[in-house]
Write a protein that binds this ligand. Sequence first.
Ligand code: SAM
Length: 244
Amino acid sequence: MVATPIGNLRDLSSRARDVLAQVDLIAAEDTRVTGQLLKHLGIGTPMLSLREHNERAMAEKLVARLAEGAAIAQVSDAGTPAISDPGAHLVAAVHAAGLPVVPIPGASALTTGLCAAGFTCPHTLFYGFLPPKRAQRQAALAPLAELPYVLVCYEAPHRIVETLDDLVALFGGDRPAVLARELTKTFETIRRAPLAELALFVRADTNQQRGEFVLLLDAAPPRPAATAADAHDTVLAPLVAELP
Ligand code: SAM
């Protein structure tokens, strides 16, 4: 499982480069995209396509090749495979066959965005892509609003304005948030602001609606501890009112 850059080609590790050059076969999400990377590296390893729709069937074939002794690398178009990308079915099949899985770590939009966010909460919930339809997205987000975890989501450019509006409505405009756009690329933008301000910033500038995005929301603030007075209001008073 070989991580590739999420923009800047110099982020490919030398170990990843060696593995891509030495394996017998590369299973790539899109052979055209990986072909560009291999061309840049001067690597001629054969490739085949392993995509979401053929991953289960392809996993069987690849496991058979691995069992015969072949070395196979899997890559996605960008970043770490199997993180909001194909790869998990293949990895599960390789484990099931009792064969070794070797991760070659590198860039991921998740860790790249998170390390630039500056949220001190040590717990993170990685959601990946939010549902594309608004009602489903709101339903997915609602139960996450009060969790004491930093929330990390991937979002597409044509939904970024709408999703920020949903987040303001559900998490509140004051929630500290980070928009991490075009990470490691020429127009990299990392902006930390309260959600409402971030939503206005993106809405006001169509350039900020282009490219690739990670959205990060700070953990919900701790709820104030219940006091004896709260207990009286919420538990005792209603009970007393019921008494004859
Ligand atoms: N497996 C990849 C990884 O580890 O980063 C993620 C693949 S997922 C199909 C693609 C999404 O990741 C994009 O829609 C965007 O949300 C996020 N992403 C990828 N590259 C990015 C970048 N350079 N800047 C910001 N977000 C990025």
